[in-house]
Each structure stands twice: as C-alpha cells, then as structure tokens.
Design a protein around this ligand. Structure first.
Ligand SMILES: [Zn+2]
Ligand SMILES: [Zn+2]
Length: 202
C-alpha cells in the first residue's frame, strides 16, 4: 500500500474499503459492483450493516424497475395509454346513456360499459386517444354491432356539436406516438381520472 502512497501517479488506483475505510490498492480490493472492500470478510460484514442492506435494496429496486421498463414494447405502451384514456372516458360518461342505443348505464348489457371509438382505432389510429372520438358505449353496440356508427354520430353531434365531429372526420394528420409520448399520456390520464373522482366524492 505504501508504494502507492509514495508514487503519486498511482494514488488514483487506491480504493477505500466501505467497511473499515482503509485504503486498498485497486488490484487487491474486492469489488462487488457497488463498493470496494479490503477483504471478502469486510464485504460480507458490510452487507450486514444498515447502510449495506439499504444500498443493496436500492440497487435491486433500480435494476428490477429498469428491467421491467425494458420489457415493455411500444405496443405495450399503446395498450397502457389506451386503457388510461378509456378509463377516463368511462368515468366522464358514467351518468350518460350508451352513445349509440341510448341504454342507461344500469340497463347496459352485463352491467359493463366499453369505451367505444366513433372512428375506429383500426381505420383511424391517429384518433385513438382523442377523447372527442370516444364515448361510453354498451358492450352490445361496441362489440356486436360494429360500434353502430350512424347512431353514434347522431348522438356525438348532439354532445359535442357538428363542427367538432366534422373536424374529427377530416383529421387525417399522422401522429407518431413514441414511447415517451405514450408514457406521458398514460400518466396524464391516470392523474386526470384521480382528480375527477376526487371532485365527485366531495
Ligand atoms: Zn476493510
Ligand atoms: Zn348500446
């Protein structure tokens, strides 16, 4: 160790043992990816300290979070964002009847409600997250009657006006939803739903 201290150029190759704080030459130090130690015994001893446990836990959490994020593809993020937007629309429309057949919420088939797209996600993917294009719809209309586009349109005009409906219909602007955008969208709509629910609770 003294050699390193005398030779200034080699000073930087010293590490400090995280447990006993003594300096150790890098080539003899035990390094576990988090910290350096003078010996295996001190590496093990350090992991038993509160500081060691805490550091290890944080490193693990960060690793699993990163691994989880890496596993999600763009299409997973599209699904997450769509679910967040749809949940918001279902709540927004919770007291409204089915947009295309007028069935009231309690009469809706199976008691469950879909978030139906006026212009379908397949034909108009650029409008898939546009909340003017989405409304609470009974499962029957949404899944078995192909969305009942004609009656959907009539009711949508009544709700948001002809002008907005026509703007939707003529909106062919291509939108590239990249992962960062999709993540933001998910976050925003989850938050919006929480705020809406809180306001209703009061
Ligand atoms: Zn040590
Ligand atoms: Zn319906």
């Amino acid at each position: 160790m003294q050699i390193y201290l005398i030779n200034g150029a080699m000073k930087s190759t010293n590490r400090r043992c995280a447990y006993c704080k003594k300096k150790v030459p890098t080539e003899t130090a035990k390094i576990n990816g988090l910290k350096a130690f003078c010996s295996t015994d001190h590496a093990i001893a350090w992991l038993e300290t509160e500081k060691g446990k805490d550091t290890l836990k944080k490193a693990r959490n960060k690793k699993t979070k990163e691994a989880r994020e890496r596993l999600l593809t763009r299409s997973d993020h599209i699904k997450l964002a769509q679910a967040a937007v749809n949940a918001f629309v279902r709540f927004r429309d919770r007291n409204k009847p089915c947009v295309s057949c007028g069935a009231m919420p309690e009469q809706k088939y199976g008691g469950s409600v879909d978030a139906g797209h006026y212009l379908s996600r397949g034909s108009r993917p650029n409008l898939r997250f546009n909340t003017f294009n989405i409304a609470a719809q009974c499962v029957k209309c949404n899944r078995w009657r192909s969305g009942e586009a004609a009656s959907f349109r009539v009711e949508l005009i009544r709700r948001i006006g002809l002008d907005r409906v026509e703007r939707l219909e003529s909106d062919h602007k291509e939108r590239k939803f990249d992962i960062e955008y999709l993540k933001r969208l998910t976050k925003i709509f989850r938050k919006r739903l929480r705020i809406y629910k809180k306001l209703v609770d009061r």
